[in-house]
Design a protein around this ligand. Sequence first.
Ligand SMILES: [Mg+2]
Length: 228
Amino acid sequence: MTAASPSLAELLRPVKHVLLDFDGPVCSVFAGLPAPEVARRLRESLLATGEQVPASGETETDPLALFRLVADTRPDLAAATDQKLTILETEAVLIGRPNAGGEAVLRACAETGRALSIVSNNSGPAIEAYISSRGLSTYVSGVFGRAPGDPSSMKPSPRLLLDAMKATASKPAECVFIGDAARDVEAGHAAGVSTIGYANKPGKDARLATAGAAAVVDSMHVIAKALS
Ligand SMILES: [Mg+2]
């Protein structure tokens, strides 16, 4: 899809509230502090408190998947694991790689009078630390990170999208969700919101389209342009 594509502009025309995934569209969270290193440190913190890591988590390189696994197998450790992960994610976002196109979407929403909420499986406090460190707070109406200690709130659950819509009293038809993973599209479907897929890596375009994305783009600048 190109900037001139009428369907993207048409898709965005009725939109008053943009819901935006964080990792990928706004910032590559683990570009500076790699995800496998974060997962390793999370495991280390569990071992340091005398706890065992579930066997299937010993080689997990995705820190969010590791958190989900720990919480599922040891619900009593969910809150403490989330707290530790939040500290690691906050460290990561501050040395992550900003996506200039994503920040352009934030500005385009403000310029066109649209509300913008961040809806992410990452920790809300980590996202807020990023937003404020980049001077973007005025562009963001709300941050809806995972519910602390509760991985069931994470996408593909629609919960965080529903929370974001509730906070601004917006209807699904007035919203669009922008995300870079199939689980984002699934969460959008479950919340009744159209999803624009952001294919930032080869092969993602097909996965996002198959998941049912209303449109797929390979640059956030294309969305910023279509909003304006
Ligand atoms: Mg993402």
